[in-house]
Design a protein around this ligand. Structure first.
Ligand code: HEC
Length: 193
């Protein structure tokens, strides 16, 4: 074997050993904050992987009260568990994902184009907690565009809107069990004492 190749193999092995030792030593955790360089690179990769025509697509759903209301209801039901009703991402799940759910009221999200937001909602983000919500139907697409309208509305959400969303938030399993026990008790069953 030629000398440079031997050195390359040795360097590769050394790096491998260091990676194994460091990983074993540190373990892993979704609680840590991604490095800025990692977050920036992932955001750039996502932008790069969004087809140009989708990125430039304007929202076909007009800014009407109905559209924002539709997005609000959908958000409270499907998105708030991670993103929070206010879009801050400050929820038990949102905070502890890797990467965490971003504060969508901030420029990093608000400066994305309508098409980019739509693309993320429809397709999700691989290797993160963000699921794909697209159903491949015109109704599903309309719902995603309404969600884009609602995301634009997040920075100016009113206290009244926030309260209306709380009523729409799905109940946690613990709350659901508690409600079931009360219903059972009221209907003459044993329930929990
Ligand atoms: C299980 C948790 C979870 C749920 C539920 C969820 N998201 Fe997300 N979402 C995430 C995470 C985590 C990210 C960050 C992904 C990343 O960093 O690339 C994200 C990113 C996004 C982004 C990109 C914003 C940005 O600045 O990068 C949009 C848009 C979005 N979500 C919309 C939605 C909508 C709309 C819903 C509901 C229909 C929803 N999400 C439901 C976890 C979730």
């Amino acid at each position: 074997m030629k000398r440079p190749i031997v050195w390359l193999v040795v360097a590769g092995l050394a790096m491998g050993i260091v990676a194994v030792v460091v990983t074993r030593g540190m373990g892993f955790s979704a609680r840590v904050t991604p490095w800025t360089i990692e977050a920036t690179a992932m955001r750039a990769a996502r932008r790069w992987a969004t087809p140009g025509d989708v990125r430039r697509q304007a929202n076909p759903v007009p800014t009407t009260y109905e559209a924002i209301e539709g997005g609000l209801k959908h958000w409270a039901d499907h998105c708030a568990s991670c993103h929070g009703n206010d879009g801050s991402g400050d929820t038990t799940v949102g905070r502890n994902l890797y990467p965490p759910a971003p504060d969508m009221r901030r420029p990093a999200t608000q400066e994305m184009t309508d098409g980019e937001l739509f693309y993320v909602i429809e397709r999700g983000v691989p290797l993160t907690g963000m699921p794909a919500w697209g159903t491949g139907t015109p109704d599903g697409e309309r719902a995603s565009w309404e969600l884009v309208r609602f995301i634009r509305h997040l920075p100016k959400l009113s206290g009244q809107e926030l309260r209306s969303m709380e009523a729409l938030n799905p109940k946690s399993p613990a709350e659901a069990v508690h409600k079931m026990e009360i219903d059972e008790f009221l209907s003459g069953g044993k329930g929990k004492q």
